[in-house]
Design a binder for this molecule. Structure first.
Ligand code: AP5
Ligand code: MG
Length: 215
């Protein structure tokens, strides 16, 4: 499995990627998670990225591509990979194709998770994430049993800095302008699949596996 997950902010890319990791043991590479780790570590790159992320804009291609080139060379990628939130525009998609051709591990599919825009605001403002294990919750749709605490590991939950209404609006605009065109990009390459991202998380996962030809 060597896939890209496409979808608007809040569509459920991270949620479905984590289920694929759990079931098939293939690594998830989320550029958003890598950038948030750099922000938390307070590196120069992290400081530069935070200012852009808090505005809901895309971090410069040079930063993201450098980060991905390092990540894709690591040994665990040989098992396959799930790219979540990358590529984000045509330039990144073309750079990814070149990178993967060199490493001789081309994409097998690009899977688009489709959710109507009007559902996304509540998903994003309601999202809470575990500081320790990364498990995701939603105060409206799938709350943790005890407020603010992870059911799986007991650590505290946090709300992402970019999950504020104004920033979300900007992220959705950026998605429409820069990322949505990748649906046609991968259609043109004959590897596009899509699923509806509305409904229960487990039933969507069943459809994800079916679309990817997984048992
Ligand atoms: P990133 O971290 O990639 O965020 P995003 O694309 O905005 O996507 P999200 O993580 O918000 O949504 P998701 O689809 O993963 O949804 P999730 O599963 O969490 O990027 C953040 C920022 O980093 C960008 O804005 C940019 O600045 C920068 N960046 C990252 N990559 C970059 C790149 N390649 N180039 C340049 N800049 C980059 O689900 C959301 C919520 O919905 C959760 O609460 C979940 O529990 C809930 N939920 C999930 N499924 C369902 C369901 N079926 N029904 C109801 N609720 C559901
Ligand atoms: Mg995500």
């Amino acid at each position: 499995m060597r896939i890209v997950l496409l979808g608007a902010p809040g569509a459920g890319k991270g949620t479905q990627a984590k289920k694929l990791v759990e079931k098939y043991g293939i690594p998830q590479v989320s550029t958003g998670d890598l950038l948030r780790a750099a922000v938390a570590a307070g590196t120069t790159l992290g400081k530069e990225a935070k200012a852009v992320m808090d505005k809901g804009e895309l971090v410069p291609d040079s930063i993201v591509l450098g980060m991905m080139e390092e990540r894709m060379k690591q040994d665990d990628m040989k098992k396959g990979y799930i790219l979540d939130g990358f590529p984000r525009n045509t330039k990144q998609a073309e750079a990814l194709d070149a990178m993967l051709a060199k490493l001789n591990m081309p994409l097998t599919a690009a899977l688009s998770v489709d959710v109507p825009f009007e559902d996304l605001m509540k998903r994003l403002t309601g999202r809470r994430t575990c500081k320790s294990c990364g498990q995701m919750y939603n105060v409206y749709f799938s709350p943790s049993k005890a407020e603010g605490t992870c059911d799986k590991c007991g650590a505290a939950l946090f709300q992402r800095d970019d999950d504020k209404e104004e920033t979300i609006k900007k992220r959705l605009e950026v998605y429409s302008a820069s990322t949505a065109p990748l649906i046609d990009y991968y259609k043109g390459k004959g590897i596009l699949k899509s699923v509806s991202g509305t409904g229960g998380i487990d039933s969507i996962f069943g459809e994800v596996c079916a679309q990817l030809g997984l048992k």
